[in-house]
Design a protein around this ligand. Structure first.
Ligand SMILES: [Zn+2]
Ligand SMILES: [Zn+2]
Length: 58
């Protein structure tokens, strides 16, 4: 891919992908290809974590 810039998470590796949720540039170590999310969003979207009780209802 031809994304130019550094991973905005570690700021040391070259970014490979852009998060489809927040738009953060992420290197392959900080990008979840299966989910299409950066490490931050992937962690928040992890179904194993249900600590967010403060979610607003529709
Ligand atoms: Zn990184
Ligand atoms: Zn993200």
């Amino acid at each position: 891919m031809s994304i130019s810039g550094l991973c905005q998470i570690c700021e040391s590796r070259e970014a490979q992908e852009r998060c489809t949720n927040c738009g953060t540039l992420a290197c392959e170590k900080h990008y979840d290809r299966g989910k299409g999310l950066c490490a931050d969003c992937a962690a928040q979207a992890d179904p194993g974590q249900e600590s967010d009780v403060d979610i607003h209802r529709f």
